[in-house]
Design a protein around this ligand. Structure first.
Ligand SMILES: Nc1nc2c(ncn2[C@@H]2O[C@H](COP(=O)(O)OP(=O)(O)O)[C@@H](O)[C@H]2O)c(=O)[nH]1
Ligand SMILES: [Mg+2]
Length: 453
């Protein structure tokens, strides 16, 4: 009788899709071929790339191994070549974890070792147990460190799109994303002057300011979220001043930066964010949720006006958000407006960067070894245009493709979003290190977010 898999049609399709529309051939099934390592090896060795699927009570976990299965007692020294995944029973969303591990197989177990965490994964066929290190438990979103499993299956993987290079690229991208996330999770502002950085997003209506906040939040939440309303209809245009914090995961700690979203700039007088309001935002005088009035800027009598803001309340970096597809068609009046704003920012001595959104060729980040988009030919000319217009150094002109209508995260978009954020924070650190002594005299504690509801 033919041996059949326990994967449902949906589960199998999701795994195939993850690997680039591959075909899967079942080689080993523990309940049929025996629960011991030698049986497993007999069937899986010399079969090329494989995927091992382990059926735990609530989750399916597994490991993809690029190239042949390891040989008994020999170390399998290939970095970037295996990754781990999890899948809730009967669901299609797969979580992946890309760790640089070395695989070893002995009579007793298949083990993956990481240079920092030691054993991160062990599969013990004889007593049907799988063990995961806490770092893997978090990334895979499973609720156990060790679990008995009811079945283990190994499949041969064939037809990897673009050959093994494809897997190396997706594992490389995932690893880069992982490093950036780790870096930003532990970020602390330089000099201990403030406990968190405030970044103000400024730019024309529709340039992607609110979407950038949503995108950053999505990356840290692990799924696409849309807290800030986006779009052009009257209910979606931002009219409130919003100081958003971002948590590391749903119940995680707040990260050490806040993104301040504002009303868009308008070239017409009496429309869009007023220049006087911008000055007050920069100085930290405007509280969260203040409702802008383009015709009448805030006054010190308003309940949302913060009379003596601390260094913590101030803006530490301004990001000019521009839609990269319409930079060359920005009207001269809008450019003039941006320059007026820039004058105020420079007067306050605040750090500035440019954030170009709607970068449709963002896949080119792969060619640039996940560094940034600045070397791409198409991006290069846009960067030069912005550099000429705003006189911002090219290293502070950052490119992102925000999450707009998609439902799933994309590691390449994440890499650009996280790289941009990291560069903004690094540039802001330079600003903090350079602050004149008299401005740093205030004792600054953890900020209480002031709100005017
Ligand atoms: N394709 C794409 N669409 C974007 C991007 N950023 C924003 N959008 C879309 O542009 C529109 C305006 O974005 P929004 O964030 O509301 O702009 P804001 O007025 O600057 O806050 C929305 O429909 C977004 O979905 C981007 O990077 N790529
Ligand atoms: Mg907006």
């Amino acid at each position: 009788m033919a041996v059949t898999t326990r994967l449902t049609w949906n589960e199998e399709k999701s795994l195939q899709k993850l690997l680039g529309s591959v075909s899967l051939t079942l080689l080993y099934k523990s309940s049929v071929h025996g629960r011991c390592t030698s049986e497993m090896l007999d069937r899986c060795s010399n079969q090329g790339s494989t995927i091992t699927v382990i059926y735990c009570p609530k989750d399916i976990v597994g490991i993809f191994i690029l190239g042949h299965y390891p040989i008994m007692s020999e170390k399998f020294e290939k970095s970037n070549s295996s990754f781990y995944f999890s899948l809730k029973n009967n669901e299609t969303e797969i979580k992946t974890a890309f760790l640089n591990t070395t695989l070893t197989i002995t009579q007793k177990e298949l083990t993956a070792c990481h240079p920092d965490f030691q054993d991160v994964f062990s599969l013990i066929p004889n007593n049907s147990t799988v063990y995961l290190h806490s770092s893997l438990v978090n990334e895979l979103g499973v609720k156990f460190r060790s679990s008995r499993y009811s079945e283990c299956e190994v499949f041969r993987v064939e037809g990897i799109k673009g050959g093994n290079g494809y897997i190396s690229r997706i594992t490389g991208a995932a690893q880069r994303r992982h490093e950036l996330l780790a870096d930003l999770r532990t970020y602390k502002p330089s000099e201990d002057l403030v406990s968190e950085i405030r970044i103000l997003l400024l730019g024309p209506v529709g340039s992607g300011k609110s979407s950038f906040f949503n995108s950053v939040k999505s990356v840290f939440q692990g799924h696409v979220t849309r807290q800030a309303a986006v779009g052009f209809d009257s209910t979606s245009i931002t009219e409130l001043y919003r100081i958003y914090s971002v948590k590391d995961g749903k119940d995680g700690e707040s990260l050490r930066f806040k993104l301040c979203d504002s009303m868009g700039l308008d070239e017409k007088e009496g429309a869009g964010l007023h220049l006087d309001d911008i000055c007050h935002i920069l100085k930290g005088c405007i509280a969260n949720r203040y409702h802008f009035n383009p015709q009448q800027p805030i006054t010190s009598r308003h309940p949302c006006f913060i009379v003596s803001p601390s260094l913590q309340d101030r803006i530490h970096c301004v990001a000019y958000v521009l839609d990269s597809s319409s930079i060359s068609t920005l009207s001269s009046k809008m450019v003039e407006k941006l320059k007026q704003v820039q004058k105020e920012v420079l007067n306050c001595g605040i750090q500035q960067v440019a954030l170009l959104t709607n970068v449709t060729n963002y896949q080119e980040v792969l060619e640039d070894d996940f560094l940034n988009m600045n070397k791409s030919v198409t991006s290069g000319s846009k960067i030069m245009e912005v550099q000429k217009m705003l006189h911002i150094p090219t290293s502070n002109i950052l490119m992102v493709e925000n999450y707009a209508s998609e439902l799933e995260l994309d590691p390449l978009k994440d890499i650009l979003i996280l790289s941009a954020l990291r560069q903004i924070l690094r540039a802001t650190d330079d600003y903090l290190e350079d602050l004149p002594l008299e401005e740093t005299d205030e004792v600054v504690g953890m900020s209480q977010l002031r709100t005017c509801d």
